[in-house]
Structures are given as structure tokens and as C-alpha cells.
Design a protein around this ligand. Structure first.
Ligand code: AMP
Length: 178
């Protein structure tokens, strides 16, 4: 037994979704479990270092963890959205996908310069999305030095790539492989 095996047991693995060879780690089953979700947030809060002004969540599952975590941390919530969804003036960042490109955005006035931001998502795989989010927050004047995930897929190298950007990375659980 390791520390977060109780949470790991609440995550369902769906093979070959969304395409052959991918083991999809489905966290919706953890969200359905009141104790499991509460424990997830409690353990993420305990792993947070120092004072945080904003918890930044990556669309869409990241929003759930960011919003819940912001409450015990007494922080605000910064939405990192897919491009084209935010109504006000935005700044955006592109990142590479396996096939093609994607773009995330925040409101250009969402951050006061020097705001301390904790980045949160459900899962880190290649880290492409999280690294783009870090670039975006830094471009907007925020200070981001830590990121938290429920799940890490260490064989895909995303957490290590994020550490190279001077981010302290924590994940409650990890799964081998893709
Ligand atoms: P990446 O940019 O490669 O780190 O991918 C991160 C995003 O893709 C996260 O927001 C995850 O929700 C999703 N994702 C990537 N791989 C998986 C997987 N095997 N199972 C579930 N979600 C995944």
C-alpha cells in the first residue's frame, strides 16, 4: 500500500480511448465518491507550499480541482480556457498536439503583476498543456512556481519537463505507461 492507493482505486482505466493504445485514466469515478473527492482536495491543499493568490485550472476537468482547492487555500480561481471561449480581451498561447496545434487563453487583465499562481489539472501526460499554461501565466505577469495534479503519467515525461521550467510538481498518484 502506498499513501494514495485509496484514491487510485477510485480511478477507472478505459483501454483504447480515445484511440487504440491509450489507457484513459477516468477520474469521473473519483468525482462521484464524496470521500474520495474531499480527500483529493485535502491532500492537494496539504501539498501546497506558501501563500497562493490564484489557483489556475486548465479546461475542463482542471476547473473542478482548481475551484475546490481555492476554497481551503483562500485563493481566487483563474480559468485557463480553450481559445475563443472568454468574452473579454485575451492573451493566448499555442502548443503542439500529437497531430496539429491547440491554443489556450486567459483574460489579459486577469492577473495583477506578481500574483502567485498555483497551476492545477487532473492529469499530466506529455506536459504540453501545462507548459503552455505556465508560459501564459508568466506572459500575463503572474508568478507560477508550483503545479499539482491528481495523476502523473511519468513515462511521458511531462512532470520532468515542467520541473525544467522551475516548477515544483506534485501529483497524488502515478500510473506507468501511456
Ligand atoms: P498533456 O498535455 O499531454 O500533458 O495532456 C494533458 C491533458 O490531456 C490533461 O488535461 C488530461 O486530462 C488529458 N489526458 C492525456 N492523457 C490522458 C490519459 N491517458 N487519460 C486521461 N486523460 C488524459
Amino acid at each position: 500500500m502506498s499513501a494514495n492507493d485509496d484514491l487510485k482505486a477510485l480511478i477507472r482505466t478505459i483501454p483504447d480511448f480515445p484511440k487504440p493504445g491509450i489507457q484513459f485514466r477516468d477520474i469521473t469515478t473519483l468525482l462521484l465518491d464524496p470521500k474520495g473527492f474531499a480527500q483529493t482536495i485535502e491532500r492537494m491543499a496539504a501539498a501546497t507550499r506558501g501563500t497562493v493568490d490564484l489557483v489556475a485550472g486548465i479546461e475542463a476537468r482542471g476547473f473542478l480541482f482548481a475551484a475546490a482547492l481555492a476554497l481551503p487555500l483562500k485563493a481566487g480561481v483563474l480559468l485557463i480556457r480553450k481559445d475563443g471561449k472568454l468574452p473579454g480581451a485575451t492573451i493566448a498561447e499555442d502548443y503542439a498536439l500529437e497531430y496539429g496545434q491547440d491554443r489556450i487563453a486567459i483574460h489579459e487583465d486577469a492577473l495583477v503583476p506578481g500574483a502567485r499562481v498555483l497551476l492545477v489539472d487532473d492529469l499530466i501526460a506529455t506536459g504540453g498543456t501545462a507548459r503552455a499554461a505556465v508560459r501564459l501565466i508568466r506572459k500575463a505577469g503572474g508568478v507560477v512556481e508550483q503545479a499539482q495534479f491528481l495523476v502523473d503519467l511519468p513515462d511521458l515525461g511531462g512532470a520532468d519537463a515542467l520541473r525544467k521550467e522551475d516548477i515544483a510538481v506534485d501529483a497524488l498518484l502515478s500510473f506507468p505507461g501511456h
